[in-house]
Write a protein that binds this ligand. Sequence first.
Ligand SMILES: *Cc1c(COP(=O)(O)O)cnc(C)c1O
Length: 392
Amino acid sequence: MHALNPVFLPGPTNLPESLRRACDIPTMDHRSAAFGPILASAMAGVKQVLHLSEGEVAIFPATGTGGWEAAITNTLRPGDKVLAARHGMFSRKWIDLCQRHGLDVEIVERPWGEGVPVEAFAAALAADKSHEIRAVLVTHNETATGVTSDVAAVRAVMTAARHPALLMVDGVSSIGSIDFRMDAWGVDLAVTGSQKGFMLPAGLAIVGIGPKALAAMETAGLPRCFFDIRDMLGGNYPYTPPVGLINGLAVSTGLLLEEGMESVRARHHRIAEGVRRAVAAWGLTTCAARPELCSDTVTAIVTPDGVDAGRIVRHAAEAYGVAFGGGLGEVAGKVFRIGHLGLMSDVMALSGIATAEMAMTDLGLPVRLGSGVAAAQEHYRNSKTAPVRAAA
Ligand SMILES: *Cc1c(COP(=O)(O)O)cnc(C)c1O
């Protein structure tokens, strides 16, 4: 990789210089009066980004995976049934984590490239007359396949079935980038990490907790200690917090809120649409099965039969010093991914599209140099907005 080049990974994402500096602070006593306002500001910022009014935020020294664990162990009991779809690497890993904790996961299998099957969830909830399903798990943005699912639609079928299960959402690659509304969508637990939409280094698991999830903590029975949310409430850490990262989170949420969450969402949509037009101009397709499933934070591009997508990723890194995402799990070797979330502008995206074109041309794929760039340029020219100042 070359330090001057942006990365096109769907996490970890590019670090704005201001956030890099915000994380770099001298040793601070986390029990001193100085830390309290930093933590309070980070928590208040996260609540606003989540559109969460009533509820709490817990920030653990961990990653998104730790957030999954916090969500289930704080609200469920051993043997509890949960409903989840398996349609990509991250939904697969969350299910695995639940199973290792002794939960009984009712799994709806979907092809990789599909979204969360709302109809199948509706049927499972309707059939569950005795309300054995304690939680419904949704991977909002399946980062492995570049698929965004409709969380509000899942809540709607839960409401229609008058089902009391908790709605838990993995928003690791969506929160802070694309539309995410805890209150409006009735999300009880939302999980993310610091290194994606928040544009920080990895190291924080961030969990939004709605009122119903807070109540469920009283009856939860899975073992938990490090991830016990009860020890986190009230603004005191039960262990040493990563003060620099939390300061970074306070500044990061400030940047996002200054840009405005609606503008952040619109920027990601515009940039993603340019990438999708480039993919079409190359004569390639996305892993997402239908246009309405396409993610605005990451695009997974299917390579032609017989072309190992991993070669494109390795060649772009070696020849041009640019990082793209490889294929994971069932789509390993079949897709490569362009991450376009966090610190990202149309001009940056154009450099990633141009680099992908060079790498594919070098490897003999039938892609015409400039074709994807031109398609994206046309889109960006025709949908111009003011450049974002805040992220600089
Ligand atoms: C990155 C990611 C995770 C895992 O997060 P870590 O911070 O690597 O533990 C989980 N879910 C989704 C959707 C992701 O994109």
